[in-house]
Design a protein around this ligand. Structure first.
Ligand code: G6Q
Length: 543
């Protein structure tokens, strides 16, 4: 057995869970009218309400003891100090430097001058494009920007560009191409004019098959639709850590925006990977995004653990996953513009904490990262919420919403928020036999009909949710929300003693297809299991 699950803090939580499992939140709320005040925190315009979790004061104290036992405070300091805490890749995880306002040392050297230099380069470029100083080959203004990247080089900028659409400057429409499936790039290019289209090839390594294949197709499309070789420099820029590969692709290094190996892909939207964001909402708004994250960083680094939003969010996840056995976690934004937020968090969380070995290489004997999924409300309500309310699994959920909408149309926002509040209340309260019975009676149903329907209409309730409300989804608030989740993921990794900054599973995926492609090129059959061989044979005969 691992030392974690035998540790005093863990055992105390286990014992405490057996008591808490017998209590219902409905009773806890009845017994304590101050529950919301006791179990909610604020940071700037963000409210985190975790009163609808299966907790009491003792639960929080025990979780905090676990955090102290796992030396969370030290780990937070190590993260911000630029220590090489990504041990399997011998790297620091310094995404916090990308939004810092003070010197950050890496191996004794301040990384801020480099960061500021690239931010300035982005700023000059964004201004040149937006002002029309930089134009396409036929002197027309750029109207479209296509970001070609995948995973961390796609999900962050795509999510932010979508979420901050109300801040979009006139004139430049962003598009994101990630999938190697030709359908995505074909569909995107079909509507575009090469003379007014700017391409950003975004890849940390500049070796990713999907991105390079899409970039080559984009280039081919450009050349075969009036664009010339000389015009490539005007229409293609790159964001990467790999200068030689960018040059080999044919992009002038003057048109390259650099970032560094200490920025993990899924933590990179704050770097030049955020270029499509800066181009579409403007550099001032991009700086506000960084500032929002910086504020959350400061809070994470300095607030006491019991008043610390990312710490509490992380610990509640530990409580649900490790002590209540939750295997999945729903993220439910009541804001259509955050429709890509669950997909973004899916990568952030599952790629970071989907690990089965500790930092010391031991196989864990406790659960780590949960499955993260979700859709914007209220669409989810008319689909999968049935399982949240009455399914056999308990799925903890985060509900997020802005108090103010960007879209002042009718009564939509009030109705949307009424649904948010009603859902979290219903998930907590449930509906017992007595309530169902009197409801059906008042509808005039016979005793026999009530008896028959009753079990189907009972809702067990006691389903945990966390509510996150914020004033408005502006760049600063979005920056803070993203950083909140980044740090939540880090907190959990510290408790589980795993490295959240590597991704060997993703690397494996990058190698595997290469092997099969190589066999096809050399007309070899390759040694595979009978299923894989059968699939390849079927594909070849039907392609
Ligand atoms: C992120 C992962 C992964 C990565 C993509 C794209 O943390 O490492 O999602 O971002 O595989 O990699 P490149 O940016 O190197 O093309």
């Amino acid at each position: 057995m691992s030392s974690l699950i035998q540790s005093p803090a863990w055992l105390a939580l286990q014992q405490h869970q057996s008591l808490m499992a017998k209590l219902s939140m409905r009773d806890l709320f009845h017994q304590d009218s101050q529950r919301f005040d006791k179990f909610s925190l604020t940071f700037n315009d963000i409210l985190l309400d975790y009163a609808k979790q299966r907790i009491n004061r003792e639960t929080v104290d025990l979780l905090l003891t676990l955090a102290h036992q796992q030396k969370l405070g030290d780990w937070i300091s190590r993260l911000f100090a630029g220590e090489k805490i990504n041990a399997t890749e011998h790297r620091a995880a310094l995404h916090v430097a990308l939004r810092s306002d003070h010197a950050v040392l890496l191996d004794g050297v301040d990384v801020m001058p480099d960061i500021k230099r690239v931010l300035k380069q982005m700023e000059r470029f964004a201004i040149a494009i937006q002002s029309g100083a930089r134009r396409g080959y036929s002197n027309k203004l750029f109207t479209d920007v296509v970001n070609i990247g995948i995973g961390g080089s796609d999900l962050g900028p795509a999510m932010v560009a979508d979420a901050l659409r109300p801040y979009q400057l006139n004139g430049l429409t962003p598009h994101f191409v990630s999938n190697i499936d030709g359908a995505q790039i074909s569909d995107t290019l079909r509507h575009l004019d090469p003379a007014t289209t700017l391409f950003i090839v975004a890849s940390k390594t500049f070796t990713t098959q999907e991105t390079l294949t899409n970039a080559h197709s984009a280039r081919q499309w450009f050349l075969s639709n009036d664009g010339s070789e000389q015009a490539i420099a005007q229409h293609f820029v790159a964001v990467s850590t790999n200068r030689p590969a960018v040059q080999a692709f044919g992009i002038d290094p003057d048109n390259m925006f650099e970032f560094w190996d200490w920025v993990g892909g899924r933590y990179s939207l704050w770097s030049a990977i955020g270029l499509p964001i800066a181009l579409t909402i403007g550099m001032d708004n991009f700086y506000s995004l960084l500032q929002g994250a910086q504020g959350m960083d400061r809070h994470f680094a300095t607030a006491p653990l019991d008043k610390n939003l990312p710490v509490m969010l992380g610990l509640l996840g530990i409580w649900n996953i490790n002590f209540f056995g939750a295997t999945s976690h729903a993220v439910l934004p009541y804001d259509q513009s955050m429709q890509r937020f669950p997909a973004y968090l899916q990568q952030l969380d599952m790629e970071s904490n989907g690990k089965r070995t500790t930092r010391d290489g031991e196989v864990v004997d406790y659960a780590t990262g949960a499955i993260v999924w979700g859709e914007p409300g209220t669409n989810g309500q008319h689909a999968f919420y049935q399982l949240l309310h009455q399914g056999t699994q308990t799925i903890p959920a985060d509900f997020l919403a802005p108090c103010q909408s960007h879209h002042l149309i009718g009564d939509h926002h009030r109705l949307l928020l009424a649904n948010f509040f009603a859902q979290t209340e219903a998930l907590m309260m449930g509906k017992n036999a007595q309530e169902v019975s009197s409801e059906l009676e008042s509808q005039g149903l016979s005793a026999a009909a009530i008896e028959q329907l009753l079990p189907h209409k009972i809702f067990p309730g006691n389903r945990p949710t966390t509510s996150i409300l914020f004033k408005k989804l502006d760049p600063q608030t979005l920056g803070a929300l993203i950083a909140l989740y980044e740090h939540k993921v880090f907190v959990q990794s510290v408790i589980w003693n795993i490295n959240p900054f590597d991704q060997w599973g993703v690397e494996l995926g990058k190698q595997l297809a290469g092997k099969i492609l190589m066999e096809w090129e050399h007309h070899q059959t390759g040694a595979h299991d009978s299923s894989t061989s059968g699939l390849i044979r079927y594909f070849k005969t039907h392609q």
